[in-house]
Ligand binder design. Structure first.
Ligand code: FAD
Length: 473
């Protein structure tokens, strides 16, 4: 049997159910199909992982081919040019792809082409984690409790050998030249990503093993402090599929069963996010809560631009946005703050924040990004209530009390005291002068202060809901 193994965000050899099964069933041809609308940072990240996977496959006389045509066109051409008679792939849960893949699989089946699909993205397929009456969950805690009673399938063995289909020169629909996909930007803005991250499946495995072996026990206490490497930092590897979430789950429970639950819980938040886009696919572009359809967003373009580029005048927010711009990543605590500031203080539509994250994150993930933004703006499932407006100054005090994170990303403020650096517009003229800070010149005044933004947000949110205010965050 000649089997095309179609790859998307699953660029690995360990626990790759589609490639593993194909290598047992026949001769294989691994083909990466470029998806539409990938963000710029994620494209660059993918490029490195394609090269890495190709070099791994070449070690056992295989190769990786790439295609810039659609999933359907690629497979149709492979059938015509290479007489492929089976197609195996791990299911994609991106709502558009899922619907198209399913329709096309049906067409292939009618033509006598064998199609086999596998679970390569989630711990369990989404239809296996529903309520007893078959309805999807909308609240995390009962989802989590039920999920923890389920048996998660073990990872399949790493693909170490296979027989590969020979691809004659005249075949045009695929190429072994990864550069042909043009995933590397022509302008050179990738230095920060290169300096922060190691590329490839081996690096991904090393990263997760080190975290679980050495740091998972402290995760519960350290995960909220952005200046500390207290989280696993595996999201970029999960997003590109260099890591299998199943392997991560089983490794944590095997090595540190007594101290890994807080971490396991986060992996299940990821499941929940996927669960939401499968059951509520409209949420990738619209609020889950329909009341938010007519929300009075202000969408001030100048404010949006300043938010994107870390020039809001609120140090914690600017530090996060600069970390994102330079490294393709932002700590979760800071993601929650920048998202709250954009949607609540600035009253900018959460989909604009989602777009910016999508373009700049190397861990851009359709489910987690959608879920995070819906949560932060108060419009999603089990979301932060609309009246809970993060106070970025209190958040800095609580989670960055020595301002290490702010100083790292906003060096122009580093001479200020720990108190003044959180809210420089409240510092004395003398303190600013001593630190060489000239507000409005070396660092901006706040475009919207916490107090003014909070009052305005409560009024706007009050138009769609009636509830009391809460300053607890
Ligand atoms: P850890 O804390 O070590 O957690 C381990 C893994 O659990 C993560 O890699 C991730 O897969 C999962 N996880 C952790 N927190 C969450 C969460 N809140 N929701 C869902 N899954 C979670 N995550 C992405 O992977 N891609 C995104 O595009 C993305 N966009 C986000 C946008 C917003 C506005 C917010 C608030 C959060 C977003 N997140 C996103 C979730 C979270 O911020 C990241 O998964 C986390 O910061 C990744 O760092 P880590 O791997 O060290 O996480």
């Amino acid at each position: 049997m000649k089997i095309a193994v179609i790859l998307r965000n699953d660029l690995r050899l360990h626990d790759h159910p589609a490639m593993h099964q194909a290598s047992l069933d026949g001769d294989i041809l691994p083909v990466y199909v470029l998806q539409e609308n990938l963000g710029s940072a994620f494209k660059y990240w993918t490029h490195g992982h394609l090269k890495s996977l190709q070099s791994s496959l070449r070690k056992f006389d295989g190769d990786l081919y790439v295609s810039s045509h659609s999933f359907k066109e690629t497979i149709e051409s492979l059938i015509e040019e290479l007489q492929i008679n089976a197609v195996y792939y791990n299911r994609s849960y991106h709502p558009d792809q899922r619907i198209r893949d399913e329709a096309f699989a049906h067409e292939l089946d009618e033509k006598g082409i064998l199609v086999k699909t596998f679970e390569g993205t989630m711990l369990l397929p989404p239809w296996k984690a529903v309520k007893e009456n078959g309805e999807p969950y909308k609240v995390f805690t009962p989802f989590y409790k039920q999920f923890r009673t389920k048996t998660i399938p073990q990872a399949v063995p790493k693909v170490m050998e296979a027989t590969f289909i020979e691809v004659p020169q005249e075949v045009t629909c695929i190429s072994a030249t990864i550069d042909s996909l043009k995933l590397v930007p022509s302008l050179d803005w990738t230095k920060g990503i290169d300096e922060t991250w190691s590329v490839g499946e081996d690096a991904a495995i090393e990263q997760v093993k080190t975290f679980i072996d050495e740091d998972v026990a402290a995760y519960k206490h350290l995960r909220d402090f952005p200046s500390i490497n207290g989280t696993s930092r595996i999201s970029p590897y999960l997003a590109v599929g260099a890591l299998s979430v199943r392997s991560v789950y089983h490794y944590a429970l095997k090595m540190k069963p007594d101290v890994c639950e807080a971490f396991i819980r986060q992996l299940i938040w990821r499941e929940f996010a996927y669960h939401m886009i499968v059951h509520y696919p409209q949420t990738v572009s619209r609020p889950l809560n329909e009341k938010f359809d007519n929300f009075p967003w202000l969408n001030n373009e100048d404010h949006y631009r300043k938010w994107c580029h870390g020039q809001t005048g609120i140090p914690l927010i600017d530090a996060g946005m600069r970390e994102l711009w330079l490294t393709g990543y932002m700590h979760n605590r800071v993601r929650m703050n920048v998202a709250s500031y954009l949607t609540k203080h600035l009253l900018i539509d959460f989909t604009k924040g989602m777009e910016w994250f999508w373009d700049t994150l190397i861990d851009s993930d359709i489910a987690n990004n959608t879920f995070g933004w819906q949560w932060a703006s108060g419009s999603g499932a089990d979301a932060a209530p609309y009246f809970r407006i993060f106070n970025p100054y209190l958040q800095s005090e609580k989670f960055d009390n020595e301002a290490t994170y702010i100083r790292k990303w906003i060096p122009e403020l580093k001479g200020l005291s720990n108190k003044d650096i959180i809210e420089p517009d409240q510092a004395s003229a003398e303190a600013l002068e001593d630190a060489g800070v000239v507000l409005g010149k070396t660092y901006p005044f706040p475009i919207v202060t916490h107090k003014a933004g909070r009052t305005r947000a409560l009024l706007a949110y009050g138009e769609i809901k009636n509830s009391k205010s809460d300053e607890s965050e």
